[in-house]
Design a protein around this ligand. Structure first.
Ligand SMILES: Cc1cc2nc3c(=O)[nH]c(=O)nc-3n(C[C@H](O)[C@H](O)[C@H](O)COP(=O)(O)OP(=O)(O)OC[C@H]3O[C@@H](n4cnc5c(N)ncnc54)[C@H](O)[C@@H]3O)c2cc1C
Length: 403
């Protein structure tokens, strides 16, 4: 059951057409198959192949590099629809999108020409790696290092954690410490474009020194793999520093910039899952009867539906605003933080309300809400936890309102 919110969407004709196409794809291909891949925790290859055919790996990549050349706002609308189907599907494109953003904004022309056409078709997928076993929120605390050898190559060593698409990706944008003495530490960090063999646990030949341990077992967000990455003497040519030689020492800033668009992307995922939770709650509450009438007619339930719909609209609007500001070249760090905070919390709250509305059946794997209940909490964590978003928002609000 689709909820009509078109009056608030302010979409162009092109956006309407794309969103309609992706929604139909989600209804026909993602939703009916998500339960199977979630249960098996297996990669949804046939769905991903169809996404390649639809061009969904190159949405924001410029046409000259083989992509669709669309803006962040349209991308966020697409992500919302994919996540309404299953957030793991949007997870397959999420870090890929961040990788293409990094290349488009900071890459050398050679790097763009080499990677973007293959990324636009989905021939190779990208992963994005900051987190380590001992640090996630505190990115300046990373320990993995890269040292330049006498021959000019960089040698990468260290362990990375929680890498989405860690096994299936063909390229990983990874943050390393290149000057351990830098003060503050962020000035001594560099982003490397590390190629690897997709789906290979132990890389050899040109990519020797990069190992992917078995995927991490998770409560939800199944189907898309999260792995560690072990760099042990992995060699990276100097032209694989993001942005070339001038990119040395710029990695932290580049990655933080990418996280800003990543936050809009996670916000869109929160809106998508919140939308789906509302749809499931609306359907179930009009079918299930207690005390002689559909439960939707009990005020306690209709108030829940009201809160869910209201939160959803607020989250969607702030997400669209953050995306539009970024597309207009305006600063959007505050809005991206607000969008990520509000939409991810809305995703979790709507899912919980829908779960309650389902009564005992919400606890059964027969009902879709059970999967959403395990999937939604991820959005509170990835691309910065809610606490970290509040830190960003608090700082920006004070900066903009200094007395
Ligand atoms: C399924 C999944 C996929 C992921 N994918 C990726 C990926 O592709 N690439 C990647 O690099 N990372 C990825 N991550 C990692 C994710 O970004 C981190 O888990 C997240 O940033 C939090 O870091 P942490 O887990 O180390 O928690 P910590 O930083 O240890 O935080 C623990 C708790 O303390 C709170 N906290 C920390 N610092 C403060 C503070 N200053 N003030 C108040 N509270 C604070 C946090 O909010 C949290 O509640 C993924 C994580 C998951 C679960």
């Amino acid at each position: 059951m689709a909820v009509d919110t078109s009056a608030y969407r302010e979409m162009t004709d092109e956006q309407e057409a794309i969103v309609e196409m992706v929604r139909q794809f989600a209804d026909e291909q993602i939703i009916p198959n998500a339960e199977h891949y979630d249960h098996e925790d297996s990669f949804p290859e046939p769905i991903v192949e169809q996404m390649k055919e639809l061009g969904l790996f190159g949405v924001t990549i410029p046409e000259e590099y083989g992509g669709m050349g669309l803006d962040l706002t349209t991308y966020a609308m697409i992500v919302e629809e994919l996540s309404r189907g299953w957030i793991s599907i949007s997870g397959v494109v999420n870090t890929h999108f961040i990788g293409s953003y990094l290349l488009m904004k900071f890459g050398t022309e050679e790097q763009k020409r080499y990677f973007l056409p293959k990324m636009a078709t989905g021939e190779i997928r990208a992963a994005f790696s900051l987190s380590e076993p001992e640090t996630g929120s505190d990115v300046q605390g990373i320990k993995a290092t890269a040292k330049q050898t006498a021959e000019g190559d960089w040698e990468l060593n260290g362990q990375k954690m929680w890498v989405t698409n860690g096994l299936g990706s063909g390229v990983v944008f990874v943050l390393m410490k290149t000057d351990p003495k830098a003060d503050p530490p962020y000035k001594g960090m560099t982003c490397f474009i590390t190629e690897k063999e997709p789906w290979k646990e132990v890389n050899e030949g040109d990519f020797a020194g990069l190992t992917v341990p078995p995927k991490i077992k998770k409560m939800g967000y199944k189907g898309v793999e999260s792995t560690e990455l072990v760099y042990d003497g992995y060699k990276c040519a100097p032209d694989r520093v993001l942005g070339g030689p001038e990119g040395v020492g710029q990695g932290f800033k580049q990655m933080m910039d990418a996280l800003e668009v990543g936050r809009v992307n996670v916000a869109a995922r929160g809106v998508g899952i919140a939308q789906r939770a509302l749809e499931l709650a609306l359907k179930y509450s009009q079918e299930r009867k207690t005390f002689g009438k559909p439960i939707a007619q009990h005020q306690a339930i209709s108030f829940k539906l009201a809160d869910m719909a209201t939160r959803l609209e607020a989250a969607r609007l702030v997400t669209r605003k953050a995306a539009r500001l970024k597309d207009a070249g305006e600063r959007s760090d505050l809005e991206a933080g607000m969008a990520k905070l509000l939409a991810s919390e809305t995703g979790k709250e709507n899912v919980e309300d829908a779960f309650r509305i389902h009564g005992g059946y919400g606890y059964s794997k027969e009902y879709e809400i059970e999967r959403l209940y395990r999937d939604a909490p991820l959005l509170l964590i990835g691309e910065g936890t809610s606490e970290i978003q509040r830190m960003v928002i608090g700082k920006k609000v004070l900066q903009r309102n200094k007395i």
